[in-house]
Design a protein around this ligand. Sequence first.
Ligand code: TRP
Length: 456
Amino acid sequence: MEQPSTTTGGRDQFRSRIGFIFAAAGSAVGLGNIWKFPYLAGTNGGGVFVVIYLACVILIGFSLMLMEFALGRNTSLAAVGAFRKLDSRFKFVGVMGVFSAFLIMGFYPVVGGWSLSYIFKTIMGELAVTDAATLGGVFDTLITGVFSPIFWTALYLVINIVIVAGGIGAGIEKASKWMMPALFVLLIILVVRSLTLPNAGEGLKYMFAPDWSKLSGGVALAAMGQAFFSLSLGMGCMITYSSYLSKDENLVSNAFIVPGMDTLVAILAGMVIIPAAISFNFEVGAGPGLVFVTVPAIFATMGPVVGKLFGIIFFVLIALAAITSSISLLEVIVSYLIDEKNMTRKKAVGATSVILFIMCIAASMSLGDWSGFTILGNGIFDTFDKITTFITMPLGGLFISLFVGWFWGKEKAKNEVTNNGTVKFALFDVWFFLCKWVIPAIILVIFITGIPSFPG
Ligand code: TRP
């Protein structure tokens, strides 16, 4: 992506249409798709979770993405500034988004660090087995440790800092241009491998045939929160990115393409991991370690050379996908400090990263030595994750759609999404109806039924 510059007076724009799609898709496709989606599907009853997730993407995701695009481009300001300019009573939505970005960046780099460490472990040949106890042991040793996970988290954070501080933005744009296609190709190869393992059909059934007896408010809220998380919605991230977007860009088609790609990657990742986990007799409800345990086992069945090669490529791609997501989160915080607090980009990045590193150390330690410290039954890592997925992002989405539907007004919304009538958007009335009535209603109902299950 093009790095927004703060030294030139005017606001930078993405140079090409493809540049924005890659940046937005790069933000959306990340650990949420490859790490979180498969394990949440595993712990939340499989098919029920997947069906509610897909319903939320279709009914909420596309429309909310379009709202965020419109708000960002209309104001050319990041989340807080956008609301300050349009209606200062809604400024708190932007502030809540910055808060969410802090919390997510308080654990995301820890997982990013795990994936860097897995590149190294694959190279060293530590993972070339299919047995659950060994692979689970490697993962547990890593995450409950002290020096190693913090070292990899620090390395991961440094990569993000260097990119967001400026300079190599062009490199990221180039990297994500081949990363996305490469990720698709690799996932498809892995889907084939996974589905030809013995008993893989059971996995597909688990993932796609909903067992409605497993439905609960908590499962629905987890699925909706995951849709927000995976699409980078509900906290102003897409507002921030689209504030750098040019006035003749077609927002409507972007709002279809980006969620479409994101959902495809999540489903493919699920189709790699869940059938394989069931085939190898691993525990599908194992939680955050699911990808890190299952995927090495798949590679181990592909022979020492091919398996190792694919393993390295896979973890490099996960790390890259994670980086293009976390720089968008960091950008939310940094552009807030630049736009609203008049900081320079370098100072904003510096101050933010010190705080984030401390939060990440706490999150990482909470999986090991500090696991005794809990808030409402959740450790620090889970607290950061659950506050955002269960509370601040759904509420952010609720207020964004209430704002667009009830306060911004139909005319202004129409002019923005259709570029003053030059872009055809036949479904405008449907979209606006969704924004005004359907989306707030769905979010409220799921939020109220699911929130009692927030304590761990
Ligand atoms: N969507 C990313 C993922 O799936 C994570 C992410 C990036 C995010 N920016 C965000 C989540 C903004 C919520 C809000 O990994």
